[in-house]
Write a protein that binds this ligand. Structure first.
Ligand code: ZN
Ligand code: ZN
Length: 372
């Protein structure tokens, strides 16, 4: 690769020395594929390619056909950000079809069939998976790729193992963090590495457990991109994440509403295949029956049975009442203890009050991962 770049450089010099400067024709394309609830990003520059994740099993063959359609015949870098199925399946699919040069994946193991297939295909192709160190730089054509994460180990949430990269071509830049959560975001913040980027492919499909305001502030993107499926079971993107990107003035693209997104840069200007949708509406939980009552009618018998507090309304109250112990986010369908960090950031209009976890569980609400 170095060799080819050198030749190209010499050729450019030779041309420059005999005539007027050539117009800049360098270009890097970043494709954020619509792989439903998952992530797959193709970076292409000067004939060199990096595939970062490949979506889940139902999109694996789509990713392969998309790459073929783009004229890809080999992959210089294949990056498995982490080993969750919604990222890894399509990587296995692509490795089955395309010759690959370098394989990146974090240093942990997963107990899953797709991870076994991943190990099998990489061994069959003689690919030695490495976890690149934060701060190291690589090149894909004109694009410089700097590794930002992971810098730790022993994470309780494997999403934090996500390999995060910053892609730079000239004055333009892109940040991809996979499913990195708060722990890894904090490590990136304290690493001193540049996070500021023009385009931010939002962490963990726009989840509120990633995309912390401090992190988004440090990235300060002009454009934010969410990769998720319409009506996904997680309610991605979450309100908190949408607020975070909106409050730094980022314009928004999302695959659930717009399909494949392609950003092209000549090193100075980024152009897109479509206009931003700027629709910051969080995802909703489609599988929860739409007629789930927000405020069930107060029935004396029910409330007395439920929690022996005559004063406590049954179900979810929109007003705080004596003895409530749970704050419900009516939008994300998660519930929290009153002192949870998420409650502090919750929109007043999304708040509900309750004291009956069994009722919440029975109605499709889930306890917060952080405060249970
Ligand atoms: Zn994911
Ligand atoms: Zn994940």
């Amino acid at each position: 690769m170095r060799h080819k770049r050198f030749l190209k450089y010499m050729l450019a010099l030779a041309l420059l020395s005999v005539g007027p400067a050539l117009p800049a024709c360098a270009q890097t394309d970043v494709h954020i594929l619509d792989v439903g609830q998952g992530l797959s990003v193709l970076i292409e520059s000067q004939g060199y390619t990096m595939l970062y994740d490949g979506g889940d099993s139902s999109h694996s063959s789509y990713v392969v056909s998309y790459l073929k359609q783009q004229g890809v015949s080999k992959l210089d870098y294949v990056v498995a950000s982490h080993y969750d199925a919604d990222h890894l399946n399509g990587i296995v699919g692509a490795l089955n079809v395309f010759p690959a040069e370098t394989l990146w994946g974090p240093d942990y193991t997963a107990d899953s069939r797709v991870f076994d297939s991943f190990l099998k295909i990489s061994a069959a192709k003689g690919l030695n998976k490495i976890q690149p160190a934060p701060g190291t730089e690589y090149s894909v054509g004109d694009a410089a790729i700097q590794v930002l994460a992971p810098s730790g180990s022993g994470y309780s949430d494997v999403n934090n193992y996500s390999i995060a990269i910053r892609v730079q071509d000239g004055d333009t830049s892109f940040l991809i963090t996979g499913d990195a959560e708060t722990d890894s975001e904090q490590e990136m913040l304290s690493s001193g590495l540049t996070l500021n980027s023009d385009v931010y492919i939002m962490g963990h499909h726009g989840s509120g457990t990633s995309n912390n305001p401090e992190f988004v502030q440090a990235v300060s993107p002009e454009y934010a991109v969410v990769s998720c499926a319409m009506g996904n079971a997680y309610g991605h993107p979450h309100q908190e994440a949408m607020t975070a990107v909106q409050s730094v003035g980022a314009r928004l693209f999302r695959t659930d509403m717009q399909g494949n997104l392609v950003a092209s840069t000549d090193g100075q200007t980024i152009t897109w295949n479509t206009a931003p949708c700027n629709n910051y509406t969080p995802g909703s939980f489609m599988e929860v029956p739409a007629d789930l009552p927000d405020q069930p009618p107060i029935s004396e018998t029910v409330s007395a049975d439920r929690n022996q507090k005559a004063s406590a309304p049954a179900g979810i109250s929109s007003q705080p009442y004596d003895g409530y112990t749970i704050i419900v986010n009516k939008n994300s369908k998660k519930y929290h203890i009153p002192s949870c960090r998420s409650v502090r950031d919750m929109k007043e209009s999304n708040k509900g009050y309750c004291s009956d976890a069994a009722y919440l569980n029975a109605n499709g609400y889930q306890p917060c991962k952080n405060c249970h």
